[in-house]
Design a protein. Sequence first.
Length: 442
Amino acid sequence: MRRTRFGPARTVVVFYAITVSIGTLLLALPFTTVHDGHAAFSTALFTAASATCITGMSPVDVATYWNPFGHVVILLLVQAGGLGIVTLSARLLQLLHGRMGIEGTLAAQAEAHTDTPAHARSMIRVIVRFYLALEACLAVFMALRLHFAYGESLGRAAWEGLFHSVSAVNNAGFTLYTEGAAKFTYDPWILGMLCGGVFIGGLGYPVWFELMRRRRPKDWSMHTRLTLGGSVVLFLVGLGTFLAFEWRNPGTLANLDVTDKIWNCIGGAVFPRTAGFSTVDYTAVRPETTAINYVLMFIGGGSAGTSGGIKVSTFFLLGAVIISEVRGEPQARVGRRAIPVAVQRQALTVALLGVGTVMIGTIAILTISEQPMQLVLFDTISAFSTTGLSANLTSKLPVAAQIVLVALMFIGRVGTMTVGTALAMRRNKRRYQLPEEFPIVG
């Protein structure tokens, strides 16, 4: 019975652990760097974990440290990590719905448009094709832009377009340029394509599949309403933050013209949602922007997508619970649908476990290193949420602190989904009720 409950969740952990191990061994080979000899084991491990967990953090300059073979390995790890989490989450959702009984299964399928376990293979094929087609389209447009606007050879433009499209759709944030996405600070076309790939990939396949079938908002499921509406709200919050606090900041946007400022503000609103691309130096942003980014990174993107964090649906579901409690309503609800108590408990557990993980990681790194609290917290949240943004701190940390970040990336990538699935599958029905007691709250 225990194997039935925890087997699927354990599969996710094993898959990512094996992938990170293989990636580490490949990156530790002597012919993966541009320098003589092989990469340090800690560097290979950190990069492999970051790529597999589609984070984008790195203790070295990816563009100049790894040779083309190393870049191919990183690209394959990003692809495996991105499609892996999507397809495994699809399978877990199917197994989960199969344990909910006939009524629960039919309701879940109607809301999320997931197939029965008998159709698992066909569904996963559709999901993989969806993401690969998105990557291919983005790669073509980026390659054309790089070829005609930047004078890249057709082969080089095709390779760079492919690499960055995969990195964007999978919310990884790796680039082949020393300056990162800042290379495109003055190019709204590339910035627009990167933002589009990040947003579409991070929203999650359940939302996109439902939008294809249900065009009218009143027919959307609670998950789609929470994810889509919450994503729009967070985008506007991030955009407003950049517009308000960075517009006149000489360290970030003050020297740009209006059009470039607006596009970089859009990037500043999208990229912290677990993408990892950056067109500004995050050590130069105002404290208000940093504080908002803490929240945006921690929340992340949509469930069953390539983004990280505790997920948009989790955050706004808890917000709906708070609003209902403040209003004194007997049931927490979203629209005309009530939120089951079991789902409320799952969301609260995922959120508090995330807070606890970030706190422990931050304290551990502060103990190991002598870096300022603000920068450590930024990188810790970025690692846990698999965002990949960094306050130029990763390369300055000792190896022990980098291992802490590796653990945070791994937990952030597989932890929230496996914990949520395990909690949902542990539905033992008691044949009795315990007496209630009301402790003082607040």
